[in-house]
Design a protein around this ligand. Sequence first.
Ligand code: FAD
Length: 464
Amino acid sequence: MATNHDLATSPADEHVDVAVVGAGLAGLTAAATAARQGDRVAVLSHGPPGGRAHTTERDGYRFNQGPHALYTGGAGMAVLRELGIEPTGGPPSTGEGRLLVDGELRQLPASAASLASSRWLSLRSRGQLATVLGRLGKWDLEELGHRSGADWLDDLGLRPDADAVLRTLARVTTYADDMASISADVVVGQLRQPNVRYLDGGWQQLVDALSGGLQPRTARATGLSRDGQGWLVTTDAGGVGAVRASAVVLAAGSPAACRALLPTDPGWGELGPASTAACLDLGLRRAPEPPIIFGADEPLYLSTHCPPADLAPAGGAVVQVMRYGARSAELDRPALHELARRAGITDDDVATQRFLAGMVTCSAVATPARGGLAGRPGMAATGAEGVYLAGDWVGPVGHLADASLASGRAAGAAAADLASRAQALAPILHSSSFELLSQSAASLNRPGAVQASGMATSLMKDQA
Ligand SMILES: Cc1cc2nc3c(=O)[nH]c(=O)nc-3n(C[C@H](O)[C@H](O)[C@H](O)COP(=O)(O)OP(=O)(O)OC[C@H]3O[C@@H](n4cnc5c(N)ncnc54)[C@H](O)[C@@H]3O)c2cc1C
């Protein structure tokens, strides 16, 4: 089994088993998965390790890149646990949260208890919401994949105040403002898992745990080419040469970044639009009251991430403010500061702050035109055998980081499997084994895969 130390010292221009492009959650998960299977792994990333999950420290305050909450019942958590990672942190104080509706701060009906006591909603509206939230588990997600979130919400026929609450919860759980673009399976799937955890030390906790001792090489991958010995990943970084690998995972953060590296057009067709946000990260000298405000009138969010998570010096707080659907910085920055004022935050409270314009929360949302999550490109949909995809737009499982972690795991396992078989056969085969092995792996996705795979193996034996 390769250790993380082995991984860190794999020199450039040498053959590793698996090359990973991108050191965000998807790439790091793929690398960790492959390393666990005993393969030598090299990770290339031109940005800081963690990508969008990177945490920055400022004056003792730790800022994620905008608000980051880990869905504790999601596919990502299952992947982390499989890798032996149990993230620490705490849940938000939603019970004390407020909804900004018609210009007023009202009790946030985020749970059965707070819904019952949200007397600003009529009894009928509370009943409607209780019915919808109670029935979430009954909807058929496969069928909902062909409908938009907007259609699903419209068809519920809720009273206006109940509708405003549900749309707010849908936005907060999906990070998507445009319900007409996103498929309803994502909306209902996210509403089904309301429990989140804010992480001690920020999402860097996940990045560090996934990385282990691995030091991603700072280099931008520029292309992929294949010869008889496997894949060659070229880079544009001086001093960092090309990496030769039996299998490659592309986890470059967006469809466009991955497509640019592939030798041929993978034929994905039209993917969903990116969802975006503008963020204001605040390091405060005290925790605000109320700790949470979700906007119903405007797609706005404010939540105190510390406490509960450990992100600030003693007595301090970290508050994340966000607008779903980024516009210009000139419009978004004042809107976020205004929301902070609604939470009673004054200039004197602010020890440090950071504004982030135009952040990409999901690089391509699942759409009804593609049948929802099931219609996203699969991790093997590269048109290049031995090259796999991972990211928040890949595979049928999960949304946001859940998708990155789930596809990272799947791609890392597939790449490691291919690389391990190449490694096992290398001593007895000449250089053309790679193509045969790749064809064998590709055939596993087709009917008659077992026979095809067996045929490829016997062909390899013939060549030995
Ligand atoms: C404001 C905001 C809030 C969010 N909140 C949540 C949340 O609460 N819960 C949740 O689950 N998710 C959340 N997300 C989404 C989550 O951050 C992402 O889904 C996840 O981090 C994406 O990981 P990734 O590895 O797929 O992509 P990225 O993090 O984008 O990583 C891609 C990496 O590839 C590198 N790269 C790109 N091209 C190349 C190349 N050619 N060569 C080498 N390296 C390359 C980049 O530098 C980057 O490091 C949020 C995102 C944002 C922006």
